[in-house]
Design a protein. Structure first.
Length: 342
């Protein structure tokens, strides 16, 4: 998949330089990046087999390196902008290969930042690393790289714009397929095909549910057959180079009541007001409050507990968002280059 770096080498070098400056400021000798998005964002290396044992080493000075399974060598050669690597083969002691790699890169002792929140760094691997790296101090750096990824470059946003076009194509296909007598599964097939043809690297469709399930989040498609008057909840979640764009709509099959049309108009007006308030330097709490107060004061819900914005960008399954969210109590502000689902 995509056997070439997704960005210019200079963009990767700039990202690594930012991380190296942060490492030096914290008195760290290196970063051990286990989160797949961190590995790809910093080095360019991408393989669909990122669920196997792999990580990137970013020294505070010097060239980054990658450890991965040997069957990924082709993708390492064609996508990574850095040549240093270590590879393990099935049957190898993977931790022994990793330790030799770290010793070569960093020496017998080092103070390393590590992404403890990465799902790749499971409890077993963490215990093994701690036990084996006797000369190393491992310091959790939390969302060091993830925070840097919140502001996208123009090249990153270009991928998201293409994914947005795929989301539009998927939604149009979903609307056309939401007819009485069709099944959710048939809808999903049309949506997936449309998004892939429009540039998505993942089929989606994301949330797709009808009937009673349409009133509850995160339903997946089934064999259920649509009937006239049904409600369908549809979210299209395509990505280009794993850079995401998405949006959700509620569909009425063939007919909607006057009350439903009134509620739709109210929701659209509230959303338009919230979006109009977004801008550089604006506190996220401002549009978040517009959403909540608008929905509750209109009597559209008895409570409003879920987030109103969350950041999206480079996200590899199982990741579903970047972690920056607007909800009661949030203290962050919008900045140019941020991208959100709302």
């Amino acid at each position: 998949m995509h056997p070439a770096p997704w960005f210019a080498r200079e963009e990767y070098l700039a990202r690594v330089a930012r991380v190296q400056a942060a490492l030096k400021a914290r008195g760290l000798d290196a970063l051990l990046a286990f989160q797949p998005e961190s590995v790809t964002w910093l080095t360019g290396f991408f393989t669909r087999g990122y669920s196997t044992f792999q990580f990137a080493v970013i020294p505070a000075d010097g060239e980054p390196g990658v450890l991965c399974r040997d069957v990924a060598e082709y993708y390492l050669d064609t996508t990574s902008v850095f040549s240093d690597r270590a590879m393990w083969a099935d049957g190898d002691d993977r931790m022994a290969v990793a330790l030799a790699f770290l010793a070569r890169k960093l020496g017998p002792t080092a103070r390393c930042g590590i992404e403890k929140s990465a799902w790749q760094l499971n409890a077993q691997r963490w215990d093994q690393l701690k036990a084996a790296l006797t000369g190393y101090e491992l310091v959790d750096v939390g969302d060091l790289v993830a925070a840097m990824r919140l502001v996208k470059s123009p090249a990153e946003i270009a991928y998201q714009r293409r994914a947005g076009k795929a989301a539009e194509a998927g939604m149009a296909a979903g609307l056309a397929a939401a007819t009485a007598g069709s099944s959710e599964r048939e809808m999903a097939a049309e949506i997936c095909a449309a998004m892939i043809r429009a540039g998505s690297d993942l089929p989606g469709p994301g949330v797709l549910s009808s009937g009673e399930r349409a009133f509850h989040l995160h339903g997946g498609y089934s064999d259920r057959v649509l009937a006239r008057g049904d409600t369908v909840q549809l979210e299209c979640t395509p990505s280009t180079r794993y850079y995401h764009a998405r949006f959700m709509r509620t569909i009425k099959v063939h007919e909607a009541s006057a009350e439903e049309r009134k509620k739709a108009a109210q929701l659209i007006a509230i959303q338009d007001q919230a979006l109009a308030a977004v801008g550089p330097g604006v506190a996220a709490a401002v549009p978040d409050r517009i959403y909540r107060e608008g929905v509750l004061s209109a009597g559209l819900r008895d409570s409003y507990t879920n987030k109103t914005f969350y950041s999206i960008g480079l996200m590899m399954p199982p990741s579903g968002g970047e972690g920056l969210e607007a909800a009661p109590g949030c203290t962050w502000s919008f900045a140019p280059g941020m991208v959100f689902h709302t």
